[in-house]
Design a protein around this ligand. Sequence first.
Ligand SMILES: *[C@@H]1O[C@H](CO)[C@@H](O)[C@H](O)[C@H]1NC(C)=O
Ligand SMILES: *[C@@H]1O[C@H](CO)[C@@H](O)[C@H](O)[C@H]1NC(C)=O
Ligand SMILES: *[C@@H]1O[C@H](CO)[C@@H](O)[C@H](O)[C@H]1NC(C)=O
Ligand SMILES: *[C@@H]1O[C@H](CO)[C@@H](O)[C@H](O)[C@H]1NC(C)=O
Ligand SMILES: *[C@@H]1O[C@H](CO)[C@@H](O)[C@H](O)[C@H]1NC(C)=O
Ligand SMILES: *[C@@H]1O[C@H](CO)[C@@H](O)[C@H](O)[C@H]1NC(C)=O
Length: 794
Amino acid sequence: MVSLETKLQQMEEIMPRLLVIAALLNGSISINEFDGLNNLKELDLSSNRLRSIITVNGSQEESGILNELEDLDLSHNDLNDSIWSFLKELSSIKTLDLSGNHGLHGAIHNLAKLSSIENLFMDGATLGDDFLPNIRIMTSIRVLSLRDCALNRILPIEGLCELKTLRELDVTRTGFGGSLPWCLVNLTSLQLLDITSNHFNGNIARSPLINLTSLEYLAISNNDFEIPISFKSFFNHSKLMLVESLNNKLLEDQEDIFATPPRFQLILLSLSNSEHGRITGSFPQFLYHQHEFIVVELSGFVFTGMFPYWLLENNTNMETLLLSSNSIGGPLLLPSRQMRNLKKLDISNNHLEGFIPYNIASSFPSLKFLNMSTNNFDGNISSSFRDMTTLLLLDLSSNHLEGPITIEFCELKGLSMLYLSENSLTGVIPSCFNSSYISNIRLSKNRLHGPFPTAFQNLSSIMELDLSYNQFSGNIPTWIDSLSLLSILFLQHNHFEGNIPKELCHLSMLTLIDFSFNNFFGSIPPCIGEFDFGGFNGQLLMDWILYRPTLPFSLENRFHDTIIDTPAIQEVEFETKGLTLSYKGIVLYLFSGINLSHNRLTGPIPPEIGNLSHIEVLNFSHNHLTGTIPATFSNLKSIESLDLSYNNLSGKIPSQLTELYSLEVFDLSNNNLSGRTPQRVFQFATFESSSYDGNPLLCGEPLPKKCNADYSPPPMPRAAINGSEEDSGFIDMDTFYMSFAGSYLAVVLAIVAILFINPYWRRAWFHLIEVFLTSSYYFVVDNLVYPVRGFLWK
Ligand SMILES: *[C@@H]1O[C@H](CO)[C@@H](O)[C@H](O)[C@H]1NC(C)=O
Ligand SMILES: *[C@@H]1O[C@H](CO)[C@@H](O)[C@H](O)[C@H]1NC(C)=O
Ligand SMILES: *[C@@H]1O[C@H](CO)[C@@H](O)[C@H](O)[C@H]1NC(C)=O
Ligand SMILES: *[C@@H]1O[C@H](CO)[C@@H](O)[C@H](O)[C@H]1NC(C)=O
Ligand SMILES: *[C@@H]1O[C@H](CO)[C@@H](O)[C@H](O)[C@H]1NC(C)=O
Ligand SMILES: *[C@@H]1O[C@H](CO)[C@@H](O)[C@H](O)[C@H]1NC(C)=O
């Protein structure tokens, strides 16, 4: 291997102006390595594991090394504060990227000599107390990015007001709060202001923002601002193009219908609001004057009125329109012209009614995400979906749709998620249905019938299949094992019958199975014990990385994390009493359970089931199972809910079950068990007689029946329970899941974030984002998901 030194010596002959070294450097390097590269203007050492750059006797100025350097990227390394003695001397530097070096401390004296610096990125560093108050020394600064910077204590933000040359300021997630200081009006060149995820408050119509008429991009999401919905105080901001204000408090205010229209033309407006500050009323007037929109997110405000088709008609470039959770009623009015660019439309959770327009496909020929769920649409599923060949997600659930799923659906070759639950659909699934990308199918709560659909036979991409609450019948086909990615299989409340095929056990990704309320008979296949529940699957990542449109926005050095689109994560319910198991998104995939209740299963419970050490829910109730409870059940270390009630189980209850410290719901009632109930220790101290009722031969606490002539040990005092075993057993499962979700989320975000802050992209112009998204999507899917799977499921 050629050493770095040799490589760089070779470079000297070419006299490069730009040098990029990636994923190679480790620890310290000496500045001497760059000796001779006198023409170097740009040096990119990002994403290495560099700790420091050693200077020659502290005077690189004399030696002239890197004297011409203007652009230095040291982001995403491991730098410590020794780097400052190197940086101090780079007097010609204009752009310095130090973001993603979490060991770095920003002290202002270190920057004193860098008088010509224009662009400084210090995301993730710790800022010293002198930093903001003295920041005025950066007299040429244009772009300052302090995202995620830790502050030793909250510093007054006023210091920033003196940066007269500032064009872009990003203080996302720095913990600032209070009202915005008025001195910000002095930042007359400010084009981009990102103060997302802080604790700022106050009415923005009475804030310095109304004077910052040079603003092009205003990002104030996730603060405590009050936002008057008329937006009239911003009508003179003629340059404003992007406004992100998710989850602030919206205020209704007086519209002045004779006012001059706004001078801005927005391309992005995000005002969606999940919780507070809902307003009720019609769409604000300024929307009628916009014709450049690409993204409009107005979910959750409770707008009333008809579907705003004019918003589409007026904005032919629209790519994303999100209007979910409003009170929009009437029929779905389509724009009179074709919306070639619309890729994502969410009108879920409104009061829309009537037929789905037959020409919806010709109006929106490029649609990828269509969510019309939870409305009052009725009639047949429109045959015009046939032409929506670009669709990835189609959600029509919770409407009043009826009639068969027509062979039109067979044309949707690229469909990945098909949600038709809670309608009145009838008939059989057409056998031609064969989208080879389909991953999630939800047909629950319809009136579909016929055998297990043969159409699914070769759809090995299916991860979630929900056929519950229909009238399907017949056996589970033995080809079920061709669905090798299947993770969720819901067949409950149908008329399925026959044996549970052992081929099911080949599905190594299965995490949730609900076969309850069918007519399955025969015994439980022992191989079910081979499931390796407890991994996660890649579906999640696909849910997270959703489409975000291109913005023809030309501010450089700009990247935004809103690409991750949380609302797409959908809830799946797994019915279990006493526990809240309708986990959303992330946690769901860490959750596993088997419900075989209300069937006609016979024979013993295979001891192999005890191998399911990651399973949370087992429900074999209401069958005809015989034999004893396997002692191996004490290995079900994650079990939270165990229901074996209404069977013919006999023999003694294995005393080791008391080692199931996670158990919260336990039901052995209505069997023929005998002997003594388990000791009332740990979780078992919480179970009442209802857990054991209907077993006439069973005795001991909490049952009223005493065991004959036996000494029964007194129940453990509660204090002991709460004391010694707290750590191992009495984990608050909610907290556990939340923290688990939290850390998992952090991993996912970290992965995504790494992609996002990759400096090449960071410097890229916005029109590259689509390319980026596509490639990062495939990057994540190809490089992360599949190896992880391979690893976990080998
Ligand atoms: C920074 O890291 C280098 C190399 O590991 C080490 O020699 C130096 O002492 C460190 N300096 C500081 C200020 O931590
Ligand atoms: C900055 O703005 C404040 C008003 O908020 C004003 O009093 C002050 O003079 C301004 N400073 C400069 C340097 O213009
Ligand atoms: C916008 O500018 C016009 C003319 O300068 C002025 O009359 C009006 O009050 C301004 N509107 C706002 C909201 O500042
Ligand atoms: C937008 O649509 C409305 C309603 O059709 C119309 O009154 C308005 O003039 C249109 N605005 C633009 C900018 O086209
Ligand atoms: C087991 O399933 C049956 C039928 O679905 C249900 O009634 C019962 O509540 C379930 N048991 C538990 C503990 O959730
Ligand atoms: C219950 O189990 C006992 C043996 O423990 C057996 O003698 C009896 O016949 C069983 N009763 C029923 C109803 O199966």
